[in-house]
Design a protein around this ligand. Structure first.
Ligand code: XMP
Length: 515
């Protein structure tokens, strides 16, 4: 394992992902992690991340300086390099000129860290400070026109530093550098594979659960589907999969989910038909927040009733992923038992938590994985691409894509319009060009003409966006040809719609969903 000590960089997670891409397991830990803790983990190498501070600021985060004397190879990145230099007796000061963005890197020592990295490659820089004097035993490995110490090393002690960010895609050869560090300097073995993960998880799940019972709420997404498969493989019928059909899913989705689990994987799913309850719960509601809250509360109510009816259960399985773990740190820990407790259902994280008297113990077998690793795992166990690469779909489903009051008729209209969108982009093989591509139904009506008939019906908005993570997004510049095909089909095939418009708002200032 390679440990990343995080000093507050926005790239710490990305470093962990890059290392895992070399098939070596990697975890992000706080910069406060003690030498004793690190000794217990016994990593093959340590990476000190970047961070927003200046090392000479008295409040700047510092790691235990003993870390440099453990005999474990260390690579400092940006702030991490400056900290290493300062803590070992060198000097870091504000640079005459900061360096932001791309810079050509000239290699002075093409051995270990820079094997297979070309001289003059572009690397991504983002620093206001520079190392002016190196600690004893260090030498310069590379420079840029602006920065004398762009990469440094103390070969004997296996301490390395780079001023640039090898983990970002703009750094050409950055991945080769990371591989050099991981394989040649740390001597780590490429053992972090999907097969190894499945084997280890199954062992762990069995040891933890014993002969107790586990409940899993299936949503149809890749996380809960992968989780169901893993748990079923480990504990068979001790697992109960529950699927609550709120009536807000897309055309054919509940049916194909059940068919896939029962038919293909032979995993029984308790199907809870709750469509009427949900639509009643939001009858007459037009305010988006009230709508979300009512759906959330109804979900909890149904979940509570059904888990009592089908239970008792000892564990609740959650599809918590590694980024959630990093972000929530240990705030959800039960101080008495040290177990993580269920304070929220992930797919409905924004609509409230489970009631206090319904506290299960948690089992979270995916908590070590990044989203792309879950996809890889899902694929390896035979989940269809349709689920593995599915666009994100919000917990409250189509209900928040029908503006204003949700009725059964409107749900049918939107389901049909949404089907046309998905069908067209699938047929053209461009489904994966988008982060999300969907239709929104507006509560207003406008005048149109079909044949000789005047129509007075609803408009549908097409929302096609690209994004890296859903936090920011841009509207997609799709072809007129595609827009025309979708518009024609929707107006002709979907009763109740006579106009189609295209949303050209990015996020911010818009959000991706309309409610
Ligand atoms: P917004 O609309 O906030 O959406 O720009 C950002 C991303 O989050 C998804 N989304 C949700 N996901 N439960 C979810 O699991 C929800 O209630 C929810 N609301 C929005 C949205 O589809 C987009 O990908």
């Amino acid at each position: 394992m390679i440990v990343i000590l995080d000093f507050g960089s926005q790239y710490s997670e990305l470093i962990a992902r890059r290392i895992r891409e070399t098939q070596v397991y990697s975890e992000v830990l706080s910069y406060r992690t003690s030498v004793e803790q690190i000794q217990r983990i016994n990593p093959k190498g340590i990476i000190l991340s970047g961070g927003p501070n200046s090392v000479y600021d008295p409040r700047a985060p510092q790691c235990d300086p003993q870390i440099f004397h453990m005999g474990i190879p260390i690579l400092g990145v940006c702030y991490g390099m400056q900290l290493m230099v300062q803590q070992l007796g060198g000097n870091v000061e504000k640079a005459e000129r900061g360096e932001y963005g791309k810079a050509a890197l000239f290699i002075d020592d093409p051995t270990d860290l820079f094997t297979n990295v070309d001289n003059g490659n572009t690397m991504w820089m983002s620093h206001a400070d520079s190392c002016l004097a190196l600690p004893e035993g260090f030498e310069i490995l590379a420079h840029t026109n602006n920065t004398r110490c762009a990469a440094i090393a103390n070969h004997e002690r296996k301490l390395y530093g780079v001023q640039f960010h090898p983990e970002v895609v703009h750094s050409i050869g950055g991945i080769a550098l990371i591989r050099n560090f991981v394989y040649h300097i740390c001597d780590a073995e490429p053992t972090w594979t999907t097969e190894a993960f499945v084997e280890e998880s199954i062992r762990e799940i069995r040891a933890k659960v014993g002969d107790q019972r586990v409940l899993l709420a299936l949503s149809g997404g890749v996380d809960s589907s992968t989780l169901a498969f893993l748990l079923h493989k480990a504990i068979g019928d001790q697992l109960t999969c529950m699927f609550i059909d709120q009536g807000f899913m897309r055309k054919g989705e509940p049916e194909s989910l059940i068919e896939m689990f029962e038919g293909q994987f032979h995993i029984h799913v308790k199907y809870i038909e709750a469509r009427d309850r949900f639509i009643k719960a939001i009858e007459g509601v037009t305010d988006p927040e009230v709508k979300r809250k009512r759906i959330g509360h109804e979900f909890i109510r149904v979940f509570e009733e059904e888990s009592k009816r089908l239970g008792p259960f000892d564990y609740l399985a959650q599809g918590t992923l590694y980024p959630d773990v990093i972000e929530s740190a240990d705030t959800n820990m039960d101080p008495k038992t040290g177990e993580r407790v269920a304070v929220k259902i992930k797919s409905h994280h924004n609509v409230g938590g489970l009631p206090k008297d319904l506290q299960f113990k948690l089992i979270e077998p995916l908590r070590k994985l990044f989203k792309d690793e879950v996809r890889k795992l899902g694929r390896s166990i035979g989940l269809p691409e349709e689920i593995v690469q599915r666009h994100p779909f919000p917990g409250p489903g189509l209900a928040i894509r029908i503006l204003g009051e949700v009725t059964a008729d409107k749900l049918n209209i939107l389901r049909d319009a949404d089907f046309v969108v998905r069908d067209e982009i699938r047929q053209r093989g461009i489904y994966h060009d988008f982060w999300q591509a969907f239709a929104v139904l507006l509560p207003i009506r406008s005048v149109g003409v079909m044949g000789d008939q005047r129509t007075y019906a609803h408009p549908v908005v097409l929302r096609f966006i690209t994004s890296e993570d859903g936090m920011t997004a841009d509207w997609s510049r799709v072809s007129y040809d595609l827009l025309e095909a979708i518009s024609n089909r929707i107006v002709n095939e979907v009763k109740g719609v006579n106009r189609v418009v295209y949303d050209i708002t990015s996020k911010p200032p818009g959000t991706i969903e309309w409610e």
